[in-house]
Design a protein around this ligand. Structure first.
Ligand SMILES: CCC/C=C/C(=O)SCCNC(=O)CCNC(=O)[C@H](O)C(C)(C)COP(=O)([O-])OP(=O)([O-])OC[C@H]1O[C@@H](n2cnc3c(N)ncnc32)[C@H](O)[C@@H]1OP(=O)([O-])[O-]
Length: 719
């Protein structure tokens, strides 16, 4: 709702009241319409201020209402009525003015913001565009290039930037509502014609056609099939080329297409999934609501390779004191230099001072003595990690949380090597750790809920999408990925090329297909793991046994490519060829194609024609099937956890909502039928056998994804 009061005798004060973010629900919109009417018809009121309660202006349209039938007064006429008012309307912006919230403010004649306010039109991140006039008013106010930037990216700006761009008229360090009331009194009675943004001509840059073409090329390149960024460019172009009313019609048409596209539904699911993973739970029932995190003011990072450096930067940027430890002098000096330049670059981008003095460097592990939490990021080697943990247990003060940054090692085994296993958790960061948004917080059998709560809270402070998951080989992300990559290898054996597989996956929306990604991250990483596990065997063995491990189909193709010294971009050769080592432009490699032909001939495999549909079904359904197994095993608490991991850590396109959401949109019966089909065709790949949970969900009528938790709970209670 919205409260109406009078301030300083002559100012009508409308306060939006819809905690926590004052979203514009039907009730709030109705209350705004009613209170604006009261204010405008009260002869004593000379001007009006609109603000939000609890220091938060407005988080935009109520996203929860998007799924249902539209009720209450629509936003567009409501904002028009505000703009058409014959008394000055002033927005007092504290906290957030986002989406419909900023559009409401743009309907006002003046905008006063607190210095800590954040403003933006993030609709594109929800698969939409600013369709309450935002796409038409913002370019008229700040010009086409800046409006294009903000609307197509959804970038949020600070009050200082908003002032520089001309979005707000004044920024205050003091009480924003008081400042706005004072301002409203000062402009009472002044003409308003020049303050109605919809009447402004849209400033047209001289080379606007080229500008829009460039903007379109840019969004098409990065959107990977997402419709909203393209529609945003089209809407801004309408603002620049059409009269306001026609522009509004275009905005409406474009919005209607997006609203019913399915992509918006997927992205909105991701928005709520991101929040749902914060309400984590462990199989014991302990969770976010029952476990209090310990305060963390000082942390240590052990091992300053690529991961350790990124983690150090991320911690320092969060405001923590960090002790960065590396035993070798040369590596320590190199790491210090790298961390300093990463912090300086980040600070320059944000226009802030680099947090250099928060970090102290040491070669001595005893420097951990007074820290609250340690993140160990040494080489992925169990014996080495066990030794580090033994030393940490000796030198840390009691109660220090011991976290291991590992992508695959057994957190329970590490915990068993310490006297306080309840203090041990995994923190699986993704490279580069100061950039990538995902963090898997891995709880072992003995990890205390408090330790998990502390790691989850630290992840949140670092701005990560943090997901609590159970301990198993590869945790959630890499455990599922193995099946996806394996299918891609099998497809090569059966007749596909890296170009075909990557093309299908990139068309689906991944930034890179399996093979381009593998070239980027280095083929040798997986090869080393497979050798350690006894899977990769040297030589060119042929015949059935060369492609079987533990009774299941195995493809040695990746191992053979590695034996040629082809490790990907860093060696200039991998699944593709590159101009020189380190180059990023992948080109088709005839060597690889003839290698595949020889390989098939040696193994008696006859290449068949494979289409993109099969590539998608084999790779994606195998991945999804493992996702169901992970849910069945209780490693992830719900489908949202898996989807957040894949969208934020593995390049899964957000407009497809994550693998589990995607499966629900394909239809679970279809996913089940295709898995059955492929399992029948490949009985030597047991992983293709549909998971019991998938069968159960189909048998219970394929409920929507938000109801899967009920089925999973029931399943676990019967075990
Ligand atoms: C014609 C249409 C044109 C206009 C379109 C739009 O405006 S589209 C909208 C454009 N606007 C945006 O895209 C802004 C979306 N919102 C945000 O980015 C952030 O919430 C924030 C920055 C406002 C606050 O961050 P923070 O870390 O302080 O808090 P938090 O993120 O944890 O959220 C707290 C709770 O509020 C909930 N909730 C939040 N917003 C909305 C909403 N609009 N609606 C409903 N609910 C919303 C959220 O789910 C959570 O609920 P839970 O889990 O407790 O049950």
């Amino acid at each position: 709702m919205a409260q109406y009061t009078r301030a300083s005798g002559f100012v009508g004060l409308i306060t939006l009241q819809n905690p926590p973010v004052n979203a514009l629900s039907a009730v709030v919109r109705q209350a705004i319409v009613d209170t604006v009417k009261i204010a405008l018809s009260d002869p004593k009121v000379k001007s009006v201020v609109i603000c939000g309660q609890n220091g938060n202006f407005c988080g935009g349209a109520d996203i929860k209402e998007f799924g249902g039938e539209m009720t209450g007064p629509p936003l567009i006429p409501m904002i028009h009525a505000i703009e058409a008012a014959n008394k000055p309307m002033v927005a007092a912006i504290e906290g957030n003015a986002l989406g419909g919230g900023l559009e409401l403010a743009l309907g006002c004649h003046y905008r006063i913001a607190h210095s800590k306010a954040r403003l933006g039109l993030p609709e594109v991140t929800l698969g939409l565009l600013p369709a309450a006039g935002g796409s038409q008013r913002l370019p008229r106010l700040i010009g086409v290039p800046d409006a294009l930037d903000l609307i197509t990216t959804g970038r949020i700006v600070t009050a200082a930037e908003a002032l520089r761009l001309g979005i707000v008229d004044q920024v205050t360090e003091h009480n924003t509502v008081d400042a706005a009331v004072k301002f409203a009194l000062s402009v009472a009675g002044q003409p308003l014609d020049a303050r109605r943004i919809s009447t402004f001509p849209c400033p047209r840059p001289p080379d606007s056609d080229a500008l829009f073409e460039e903007a379109m090329r840019k969004v098409r390149g990065s959107a990977r099939g997402a419709m909203a960024p393209v529609a945003c460019v089209q809407a801004v172009r309408a603002a620049a080329t059409l009269p306001y009313e026609r522009g509004m019609e275009r905005e409406k048409e474009l919005m209607a297409t997006l609203f019913t596209s399915g992509q918006a539904r997927a992205l909105q699911y991701v928005f709520f999934a991101q929040r749902a993973v914060g309400r984590w739970s462990m199989p014991s029932g302990a969770g976010w609501d029952t476990s209090k995190p310990r305060p963390v003011n000082k942390a240590a990072v052990i091992g300053l390779g690529t991961m350790g450096r990124g983690i150090t930067v991320a911690l320092a940027q969060t405001g923590l004191s960090v002790v960065a430890i590396e035993t070798q002098e040369k590596q320590l000096m190199e790491a210090k230099q790298a961390v300093t330049s990463m912090l300086e670059r980040g600070a320059k981008r944000r226009g802030a001072a680099p947090a250099l003095d928060r970090i102290s460097y040491s070669r001595n592990i005893q420097a951990v003595a007074d820290v609250d939490l340690v993140i160990e990021a040494v080489f992925e080697d169990m014996a080495l990690k066990l030794e580090v943990f033994r030393q940490l247990s000796a030198f840390c003060k009691p109660g220090t949380l011991l976290c291991t940054n590992t992508s695959a090692l057994d957190v329970d085994e590490l915990a068993r090597g310490t006297p306080n296993p309840e203090l041990v958790v995994g923190m699986h960061f993704f490279a580069p750790a100061h950039v990538m948004k995902l963090l898997e917080v891995v709880y072992g059998k003995r990890s205390s809920p408090q330790a998990v709560a502390t790691a989850m809270q630290l992840g949140k402070k670092m701005g990560k999408a943090s997901v609590a998951v159970g301990n198993c080989r590869g945790f959630v992300g890499n455990r599922m990925l193995r099946l996806y990559v394996e299918q891609a290898f099998f497809l090569l054996e059966e007749g596909a090329t890296p170009e075909l597989v990557d093309g299908a996956l990139e068309e689906f929306g991944f930034p890179m297909g399996v093979f381009r990604m593998s070239d980027l991250s280095g083929l040798d990483v997986g090869w080393r793991t497979r050798k350690a596990a006894g899977q990769a065997q040297p030589g060119e063995a042929s015949g059935q046994s060369a492609r079987i491990r533990n009774g299941s189909r195995y493809s040695p193709i990746g191992d053979l490519v590695c034996e040629q010294g082809r490790f990907g971009q860093k060696t200039g050769r991998g699944w593709y060829q590159y101009d020189k080592p380190g180059s990023r432009v992948a080109r088709s490699d005839p060597w690889l194609h003839s290698f595949l032909e020889q390989y098939r001939a040696r193994h008696g495999l006859v290449a068949r024609s494979i289409d993109r549909q099969e590539v998608l079904e084999r790779c994606l359904y195998a991945l999804v099937n493992e996702g169901f197994r992970i849910l069945e095993d209780g490693i992830a608490a719900g489908p949202e956890d898996i989807d957040v991991i894949y969208v934020f850590g593995y390049g899964w396109p957000g407009h497809r909502g994550g693998p589990m959401f995607y499966a629900s949109t394909v239809g679970l019966p279809k996913v089940l039928e295709r898995l059955e089909h492929y399992h029948q065709a490949h009985p030597d790949v047991p992983d293709l056998q549909p998971c019991g949970l998938l069968r159960r969900l189909v048998a219970s009528g394929s409920p929507p994804v938000h109801r899967w938790r009920e089925v999973i709970k029931k399943l676990h209670s019967q075990l």
